[in-house]
Write a protein that binds this ligand. Structure first.
Ligand code: 5GP
Ligand code: ZN
Length: 114
């Protein structure tokens, strides 16, 4: 197979370093390189899907929420709360075309999104 060019595939394959906080057979979670909150994590399926509604993505869209909750728990965000965001395509603010879920917390969040 040809080498992936997608930046998150490269992170999944450890071709690009990242601050990994969680890994299971299907997902990783890393710290966002440009955090928009005190805690800002990205939950990334190891399988590549461009968007939330890409064909086949439903195989990970339910579990990604469970992983986000688990990562939030591991990061101590559960008691005070947190925000999950999936930006989708251009107008949704998606800049990396590999489905991922933001987990934001560690402080009072206001009208900001990732
Ligand atoms: P999007 O804008 O697609 O919803 O989210 C992409 C996120 O990936 C952004 O918040 C951006 O800061 C983050 N990001 C982009 N490149 C890298 C990288 O190389 N490493 C990490 N850890 N985060 C990245
Ligand atoms: Zn990818």
């Amino acid at each position: 197979m040809s080498k992936p060019t997608c930046i998150f595939c490269k992170i999944v394959n450890s071709e690009i370093p990242s601050a990994k906080v969680y890994e299971d057979p299907d997902f990783i979670a890393i710290r966002d390189i440009q955090p928009q909150a005190k805690t800002h994590l990205l939950v990334i399926p190891k399988a590549h899907f461009d968007h939330l509604d890409s064909p086949g993505a439903e195989s990970v869209t339910v579990k990604i929420i469970a992983v986000a909750n688990e990562v939030a728990r591991l990061e101590g965000l559960t008691a005070h709360g947190y925000r999950v965001v999936v930006n989708t395509r251009e107008w949704g603010g998606q800049t990396v075309a590999h489905l991922h879920m933001h987990v934001l917390g560690g402080e009072q969040l206001r009208g900001r999104f990732a």
